[in-house]
Design a binder for this molecule. Structure first.
Ligand code: AMP
Length: 415
């Protein structure tokens, strides 16, 4: 068990609080989705109530070590000010400049500031200015950050699987380090499905990348009752069985692993699509689907035409998956079941989002992780009905894979 905020005294201290405010902004730099901001509010309010001051640290986007005005965290500071109803100070465009350090040194108990985007410094991600891996540069940058506070609180679940200055590095210089309430809650919910899941336990995986999800399958294969596969990753599994997939995306590097998983005695665990929504390859250009394109629903799990490719699960597959969802007591879902970015082909993903929400209303425990699946439950307006929506797609997959999260490993345990 990791030490939490409740285990330490922070009165009159300066608390460096790592949050994940990597939120989408529109072209006017307005916050489009504030979920990650809202979820940190309990931690912030608790720290302020204890009579400490807060130095918030986050990244936004992928500036790769450059100052990029559209990736400034200034709009987020303004947004947070409105939510908290107090001034969130912002001391300029460099998180470790003298101006910033000066501003931070004058913070009084109960006051809060947000530092500029950490990734404007390439050292945050453990690289030097040439883009090469450079651990000593990472630690030097972490040391600079650490001079600004005496307590470190980790509440950025979404970056715990990264070995960065503000996750791993900073703990070398601030031993008084704990997890915040957001991370504590993520760990509680995700641990529950690993250590003590109620059965039947249904794992639903979709999306296009197979590698990370195969690790989750390996780790959970003995714990789940069933694994439903959709999205492009299902084509790799079907193709590994010699089933024609036409022009669909297949990950050839993962074919053998998929074959092995389906071959062993646990193959009955897997629920694969029994029909597909398919389109012509001429309508799929650079990973994007042309508007109002013609589609066909296949009769079975094969795609005979080598010029056609799958873009969504078909209606019979939706019914099949829904049957298992209705029976499940624990449901974990990561990855869309089709190219849901296209309205035409979001039907499968939306139907599954709604089915999971209904099962949760009927008493199941559900976890959804991964930016696309989270967007899908929001799009379907059923996010309030999900037991736990993870703020970290990659981090939750890593956790469910049994991979140690470096940003968590470095934090002290309760003795
Ligand atoms: P991932 O990051 O692995 O979860 O993959 C998410 C992406 O998978 C989304 O952008 C989807 O559009 C894409 N995807 C899902 N199903 C399909 C499919 N049948 N064909 C192509 N791409 C898909």
């Amino acid at each position: 068990m990791k030490k939490t905020l409740r285990d330490i005294c922070i009165k009159n201290k300066k608390v460096l609080l790592r949050v994940d405010y990597n939120v989408p902004l529109d072209k006017h730099l307005e916050v489009l989705d504030d979920e990650r901001i809202i979820r940190t509010v309990p931690t912030i309010q608790y720290i302020l109530r204890q009579g400490a001051s807060i130095i918030l640290m986050s990244h936004l986007g992928r500036p790769k070590g450059h100052f990029i005005p559209s990736m400034s965290l200034y709009p987020v500071a303004k947004y947070l000010s409105k939510i908290l109803n107090i001034d969130v100070k912002f001391f300029g465009n460099d998180c470790i400049s003298n101006e910033t350090k000066q501003g931070v040194s004058q913070l009084q108990p109960g006051e809060i500031c947000l530092l500029e985007n950490l990734r404007f410094h390439c050292e945050e991600e453990g690289k030097n200015s040439l883009g090469e891996k450079d651990t000593s540069a990472m630690y030097k940058f972490a040391q600079q950050l650490a001079t600004m506070g005496t307590v470190f609180v980790q509440d950025a679940f979404g970056v715990l699987h990264r070995e960065h200055a503000s996750t791993v590095g900073i703990v070398r210089y601030i031993s008084n380090a704990v997890v915040g309430f957001l991370v504590e809650n993520e760990l509680k919910c995700l641990s529950k499905v690993i250590t003590n899941p109620l059965h039947p336990f249904l794992l639903i995986l979709g999306g296009a990348k197979v590698t990370d999800k195969i690790k989750v399958i390996h780790n959970l294969v003995n714990k789940v009752s069933h694994i439903a596969l959709g999205g492009a990753m299902a084509y790799t599994f079907l193709f590994s069985q010699g089933i024609q997939m036409g022009h669909s995306i297949v990950d050839n590097d993962q074919l053998q692993l998929a074959k092995d998983l389906l071959r062993n005695e646990q193959h009955k665990l897997f629920i694969l699509p029994i029909d597909h929504v398919i389109i012509s390859k001429n309508n799929f250009i650079d990973g994007k689907i042309t508007d109002n394109c013609q589609f066909i629903i296949t009769k079975d799990n094969m795609i005979y035409d080598k010029f056609m490719l799958g873009v969504d699960i078909g209606p019979r597959t939706v019914n099949l998956f829904t049957k298992f969802i209705n029976l499940a007591k624990t449901i974990v879902w990561n990855g869309p079941l089709g190219v849901f970015e296209s309205n035409q082909f979001s039907k499968g993903t939306t139907a599954i989002a709604k089915a999971i929400a209904q099962a949760t209303r009927n008493g199941a425990f559900s976890i959804i992780g991964g930016g696309d699946s989270v967007a899908a439950v929001k799009q379907a307006n059923v996010n309030k009905d999900i037991s736990h929506i993870s703020t970290g797609g990659g981090a939750s997959l890593a956790f469910l894979s049994g991979t140690k999260l470096p940003g968590l490993q470095v934090l002290p345990n309760i003795i």
